[in-house]
Design a protein around this ligand. Structure first.
Ligand code: GUN
Length: 286
C-alpha cells in the first residue's frame, strides 16, 4: 500500500482563505482582527517562527504587532507589557513566543495573558476548557492535526483507536483530549511506556509528537493506519525531518503527513483561526 499524503500546505491555503473572508467581513463591521506577538531575546528559530506568524497575519488582512525585546528584559517588564495588551482593544490575540530567557517564568507569563486573548491555548483556563468541553482556545498544533483528520473524512472517531506518542502540555496532552472529544479511544504513550510498538500496532491513528527522529518505523504501523507527524528535527545532512520514518511508513499507512509541508503550516493557520474567533467573540459581545 502507498499512503495518501495529507497536504498541510494545501489545507492551510484553503483555511486561510476562509479566515481572510471572515476578517474582511468583520473589518467592514468595524473590528479588524489584531494579533500581538512578543519575542524576548535572540533565539534564531524563534525569530523565524515569529516572522512567519506576523507575515501570515498580514496575508489574511489582520492587524499585527511584533514586539521584540532584548534578553535582558525583566519578568516584571514583560508582565506589564502583557497586561497592557490585555487592555488594548485593537488586540484580540496575544502570543508570547517560547522559550523565554531563563530568568523569566514562562508559566507566570502565560497565566497573565487574558484567557479571552490566549490564542495559543496555553493558559490553564484554556487547557481546562478543553478538558471539560467548554468554550476556550485550543492549542494550535493539535487543533491543526484534528483539521487534517477532518479533511480525510475523519471527524467523528467513534470506534477508532488513537495512539499519541508524547505527553507535552502543548501537543501530546491537548491532542489526546481533542481526540477523546471526537469519540476516539485514546492511548497516550511516552518515555515510560514499556512496549511502544505493541501500542502503535493497534492504532487506527498514530500521532507522533516527541521531537526525536524515527520514533515510529514501518514495523510499528498497522496497515492502512493514519500517521500524523508533529516532529521537527534535522537529519544527518541537516535536512528537516519529523519523528516518523516517512519512507518506511508511507508503504504501510493509509494516510501520512509529510515533514515539511504537513503539520507545520497548520499550526500557524490555527493561530489565525483562533485570533479570528477571538475577534468575532469580542465583536459579538459589543
Ligand atoms: N515556541 C514553539 N512553538 C510555539 C508556539 O506554538 N507558541 C509559542 N508561543 N511559542 C512557541
Amino acid at each position: 500500500m502507498t499512503a495518501q499524503i495529507i497536504d498541510g500546505k494545501a489545507l492551510s491555503a484553503q483555511l486561510r482563505s476562509e479566515v481572510a473572508q471572515r476578517a474582511a467581513a468583520l473589518t467592514a463591521q468595524g473590528t479588524k482582527p489584531g494579533l500581538a506577538v512578543i519575542l524576548v531575546g535572540d533565539n534564531q528559530a524563534s525569530q523565524v517562527y515569529v516572522r512567519n506568524k506576523v507575515k501570515a497575519c498580514e496575508d489574511v488582512g489582520f492587524h499585527s504587532v511584533l514586539e521584540k525585546y532584548d534578553a535582558s528584559m525583566t519578568e516584571a517588564e514583560l508582565l506589564a507589557r502583557v497586561e497592557a495588551l490585555n487592555n488594548d482593544p485593537s488586540i484580540h490575540g496575544i502570543l508570547v513566543q517560547l522559550p523565554l530567557p531563563k530568568h523569566i517564568d514562562d508559566h507566570k507569563v502565560i497565566e497573565t495573558i487574558s484567557p479571552s486573548k490566549d490564542v495559543d491555548g496555553f493558559h490553564v483556563a484554556s487547557a481546562g476548557a478543553l478538558m471539560v468541553g467548554e468554550v476556550g482556545f485550543k492549542a494550535c498544533t493539535p487543533y491543526g492535526c484534528m483539521k487534517m483528520l477532518e479533511s480525510i473524512g475523519m471527524k467523528d472517531l467513534r470506534g477508532k483507536h488513537a495512539v499519541v506518542i508524547g505527553r507535552s502540555n502543548i501537543v501530546g496532552k491537548p491532542m489526546a483530549m481533542m481526540l477523546l472529544a471526537a469519540n476516539a479511544t485514546v492511548t497516550i504513550c511516552h518515555s515510560g511506556t514499556a512496549d511502544l510498538a505493541a501500542m502503535t500496532r493497534q492504532a487506527d491513528i498514530v500521532v507522533a509528537a516527541v521531537g526525536k527522529r524515527n520514533v515510529l518505523t514501518a514495523d510499528m504501523v498497522k496497515p492502512g493506519a493514519v500517521v500524523i507527524d508533529v516532529g521537527m528535527n534535522r537529519d544527518d545532512e541537516g535536512k528537516l525531518c519529523g519523528d516518523v520514518d516517512y519512507n518506511g511508513c508511507k508503504d504501510v499507512a493509509g494516510y501520512i503527513t509529510p515533514v515539511p509541508g504537513g503539520v507545520g503550516p497548520m499550526t500557524i493557520t490555527m493561530l489565525l483561526v483562533n485570533t479570528m474567533e477571538a475577534a468575532e467573540r469580542t465583536a459579538a459581545a459589543k
